[in-house]
Design a protein around this ligand. Structure first.
Ligand code: NAP
Length: 293
């Protein structure tokens, strides 16, 4: 199958590498063209613009930063829409707004092509190892067409519902992460203030009902007050913005997510936007007098 692939950032480069390893005929494009070179060495064709990546492709994968960026690479000058054949499939794996997603899908449908929103969870490790969780919105038959390609990038591929549902599932994911990381930080700060053996306490918590991926893999960051990537604070704040906009429109108050979004805004202002999202613990630690910033 001929696959166009637009966006070779942290996630996209690793995901396109998985597609090449699985034997797909991949044509890549990235705004900063130099990022195409390592993929070309692995056998990818290079396209001068997104339209060229889409020309002749049965499926075009997009993974860029935010909603305006998807708009740009799909509908901008020399965008994917300009090269897309009728019957082709656009699979947007970026994390963007669900309402814009529905608009984009409708515009693509006008030219006889279809859209799946397929945002991912699992981080850069998941992208490298092909173990992403992929949340899919769109037509079930389109998902079946895309499944061989998605299976090269992820191990959990879930059809959530119609177009936009994948992005809403991803928004849920980011809201849960906000609350989990905030609670992990508060629990650990309590232990640190009490002066108990927090490493031992964390081992005990991991084996009980408080155990979670965030506690096990990011709790030690909070203890050390060191937050290597990971997933950037600034990307998580972008995702909480998407979740909070959707929630406001739907009449769903999300006070914990809103608080964490505000903490993240302050962290970015203080130069911590490129640390791992567990850096929200900085706020909790500072409020407890453990550190000055
Ligand atoms: P990244 O490393 O910052 O890469 C962003 C990519 O988007 C680059 O290829 C960049 O091109 C391209 N891009 C951005 N704006 C563009 C525009 N206006 N026109 C053309 N290309 C544009 O980001 P990432 O970590 O790969 O994340 C990509 C998406 O996956 C985001 O929606 C993110 O929320 C989501 N995601 C990330 C993770 C993670 O752990 N990193 C996990 C799950 C989901 P240039 O190279 O030219 O800048």
């Amino acid at each position: 199958m001929r696959v166009g692939f637009v966006g070779l950032g942290t996630m996209g480069a690793a995901m396109a590498t998985r597609l090449l390893a699985a034997g797909f005929d991949v044509t890549v494009h990235n705004r900063t063209r130099a990022r195409e070179e390592p993929l070309a060495e692995l056998g990818a064709a290079r396209a001068a613009d997104p339209a060229e990546a889409a020309r002749g492709a049965e499926m075009v994968v997009v993974i860029v930063s935010d909603t305006p960026d998807v708009d740009q690479v799909v509908f901008g000058p020399d965008g994917i829409a300009a090269g897309l054949a009728p019957g082709a499939l656009v699979v947007d794996m970026s994390t963007i707004a669900p309402d814009a997603t529905r608009t984009y899908a409708a515009r693509i449908a006008e030219q006889g092509a279809t859209w799946l929103d397929a945002p991912v969870s699992g981080g850069s490790e998941g992208a490298k190892n092909g173990t992403l969780s992929i949340m899919v919105g769109g037509d079930a038959a389109d998902l079946e067409r895309a499944r061989p390609v998605l299976s090269a990038m992820g191990t959990t591929i879930t059809h959530v519902g119609p177009v936009g549902s994948g992005q809403l599932a991803k928004a849920m994911n980011q809201v849960v992460i906000a609350g989990t990381y905030a609670a992990v930080a508060e629990g650990i700060v309590l232990g640190l203030k009490a002066g108990i053996d927090v490493e031992a306490a964390l081992a005990a918590l991991a084996g009980g009902a408080a155990g979670s991926w965030g506690l096990v893999h990011r709790g030690p960051n909070v203890v050390r007050n060191d937050y290597p990537l990971g997933f950037r604070v600034r990307l998580h704040r972008k995702d909480l913005g998407i979740a909070l906009d959707a929630a406001r429109a739907l009449g769903a108050p999300l006070p914990v997510a809103a608080l964490v979004e505000q903490w993240e805004t302050g962290l970015i202002a203080r130069g911590h936007g490129d640390e791992d999202v567990s850096a929200i613990a900085r706020v909790v630690r500072e409020q407890a007098g453990l550190d000055d910033d």
